[in-house]
Design a protein around this ligand. Structure first.
Ligand code: FES
Length: 616
């Protein structure tokens, strides 16, 4: 097939492509991370590019006519997922549509845990071999470990044998030995100057979170997060899964490579911040939802795409970091926390272990809201879990002016009840470009509280308000006027956006209600809201919208990144890995889609706050 050249501005980069190749595929291959919420289905309109010269693109499609409109088409804009290229051309990628990977420092917190890590270091002062004592170096080390520390290792990672003979002799038989699980020698190091660190990884659909912890004292030395670079393959799990199903093994490896590159970039940043070396990271615990877990460990996730949507593997395992191309110590292991079900991954199990002390006595509800909602209910003795298809609305997906929570996103909205004046807060304090999940929840809840929405979620047309207007057949509400926004266009909430928020909150509420009923009724003593979303939403607005079961507002507690916290606990106290395994077996998975009760509760919960309950 003949090749063509595409020049991409504002960088002026030239890339080669095959004639007839899809433009979004070309840009992804060139590591230009264009936003593509729908993964190329032609429904989100986020993958815009502007053609500067070259008229040899495929015909404008129906989707492009619908999502771009005449003005944008006339100015040369195309949806990259729908356009194919047939000859040399130049195009401009608007900066606001390129995925940025802002680094966010994670909150510092003290972690209360036993300090019994899987990797420990032992100082040995060995006697050198003689004619009368000609034992091998390793025999000498094993004997000393056993006699001095009671540690009986059964194997040595051969990689550490490359340097060990030199190190032992250079430091006059005074060395530090790192041992994994009291079974395997994974490093022979100089007796001083080297740290011993663990890395906790939380692979979220949208965010990659990491913590580096000192395994000698339990202190977190650095932590941060970035956007999961896989978003270039689609915002939600289903879109990414479909990509792998369509492309097969090649798609899995491509998705894995992008993920591991992102993780290595973040490791690089965190080790610099902590002023340590990658080779001092001697243990890793990774958690994630089932698809992210499978992709990270290069396990083909095809079984997740076919009913009954089971994972390929659930039990915990350990694998060398080098097998995964993870840039930490070559001999370090990565521990995989067990999974429960197709849509209840090791992140949920990890969250359970993170709150174990709170699960005594009265039942608690754990809600993790992301592109999917995972819920767990019960006590240490008995736990139920489920996954609810909340869709991407809470992350800004499926919302006409939705965007991720980044610079320029409206994150807070207030509507005065009397005057219907709108005030909003924007991330970074700049001109707004769109509205993110917390802003959308605020907006819908505030519209309801201001009397502009009825309980079924329909706009009340009769309420006089200049911001409420008709666009085509449907009503929409203007949050920000064009003169206030970055691109000069109004930012609105449409009737369809409100419907998508209702669908998401109803799925979450109904799921929680079913788990509570199956447990035997009553109500949770506390609701723990996990994830960064829980930290950023206005809990009162979310509560009045009907996202949570009825408990006192003070009993709804944002808990931060519980999954990452659970991974940290498993690094510091290796017995928690056994606890995770125990709870993965113990927690009972409830399949909501098969339940007629769920459908009943779901339809009731579409109302604001719910069909039966009202707070106002
Ligand atoms: Fe192109 Fe969504 S419309 S990726």
């Amino acid at each position: 097939m003949s090749r063509i050249t595409i020049t991409i501005y504002p960088w002026g980069r030239k890339i080669r492509a095959r004639k007839g190749e899809n433009l979004l595929d070309i840009l992804r291959r060139a590591n230009i991370y264009i936003e593509s919420y729908c993964g190329g289905a032609g429904t989100c309109g986020k993958c815009k590019v502007r053609v500067l010269n070259g008229d040899s693109l495929s015909e404008v499609t129906e989707e492009e006519r619908r999502l771009l409109g005449n003005d944008e088409l006339r100015s040369g804009q195309r949806l990259s997922c729908k356009a194919k290229v047939f000859s040399d051309m130049a195009l401009y990628v608007p900066y606001e549509f390129v995925n940025h990977y802002p680094y966010t420092k994670k909150e510092k917190f003290n972690i209360k845990s036993n300090l019994i890590p899987a990797v420990k270091s032992f100082r040995l002062k060995l006697s050198p071999p003689t004619i009368d004592d000609p034992k091998s170096d390793m025999e000498r080390i094993c004997e000393s470990l056993s006699s001095l520390y009671g540690v009986r290792v059964s194997r040595v990672d051969p990689i550490c044998l490359v340097d060990a003979p030199v190190v032992i002799r250079k430091y006059n038989w005074d060395v530090e030995i790192c041992v994994w699980m009291e079974e395997e020698i994974i490093a022979v190091r100089p007796p001083f100057g080297k740290g011993l660190y663990g890395l906790a990884i939380d692979i979220g659909t949208t965010q990659l979170g990491m913590y580096i912890v000192d395994l000698k004292c339990g202190e977190i030395v650095s932590s941060g997060s970035i956007l999961n670079p896989q978003v270039r393959f689609g915002e939600d799990l289903i879109t990414r899964l479909n990509y792998i199903v369509k492309k097969g093994k090649k798609g899995l490896f491509e998705m894995n490579r992008v993920l591991v590159e992102g993780l290595n970039g973040l490791i690089d940043r965190l080790v610099k911040e902590a002023n340590i070396s990658r080779s001092e990271i001697m243990d890793v615990v990774a958690v994630g939802n089932t698809l992210m877990h499978h992709v990270f460990f290069k396990i083909n996730p095809q079984s997740l795409a076919i009913s009954p949507f089971v994972p390929h593997i659930c039990f915990p395992f350990n694998i060398k970091a080098r097998e995964l191309d993870l840039q930490v110590a070559d001999t370090a292991y990565v521990h995989s926390v067990p999974l429960k079900a197709g849509f209840v991954g090791s992140d949920t199990i990890s969250s359970i272990t993170a709150v174990l002390p709170d699960l005594k006595d009265k039942p608690k509800l754990i809600i993790d809201i992301g592109t999917n909602g995972e819920i767990v209910y019960g006590t240490e003795e008995r736990l139920l879990c489920a996954s609810c298809a909340t869709g991407p609305a809470f992350e800004g997906g499926n919302i006409s002016h939705g965007m991720r929570a980044r610079l320029g996103a409206i994150e807070k909205v207030k509507i005065e009840r009397d005057t219907l004046n709108v005030t909003y807060g924007v991330i970074g304090g700049c001109k707004p470009e769109g509205i993110c999940g917390s802003g959308i929840i605020d907006a819908v809840s505030q519209l309801f509280q201001a009397g502009l929405l009825d309980r079924s979620g329909r706009f009340i047309e009769e309420r006089p308000c200049e911001r409420l207007r008709k666009k085509g057949e449907f009503l929409e509400f203007v949050i920000a006027w064009g003169y206030e926004t970055k691109d000069g266009k109004d930012i609105t909430i449409t009737q369809k956006d409100i419907r998508n928020v209702q669908l998401a909150k109803a799925a979450l509420y109904a799921g929680a209600k079913i788990l509570i009923e199956r447990f035997g009724g009553g109500k949770p003593e506390k609701v723990f809201v996990a994830g960064s979303f829980g930290t950023h939403i206005d809990l009162l607005n979310a509560y009045l919208l009907g996202m949570f079961p009825i408990v006192g507002l003070d009993d709804i507690i944002p808990k931060g990144n519980l999954a990452g916290f659970g991974a940290l606990v498993a690094l510091l106290d290796r017995s928690m890995r056994n606890e995770a395994e125990k709870f993965a077996k113990k927690v009972k998975y409830v399949e909501l889609s098969a339940s007629s009760d769920f459908r009943r509760e779901f339809f009731d919960a579409l109302y604001i706050p719910h069909a039966k309950d009202t707070f106002l």
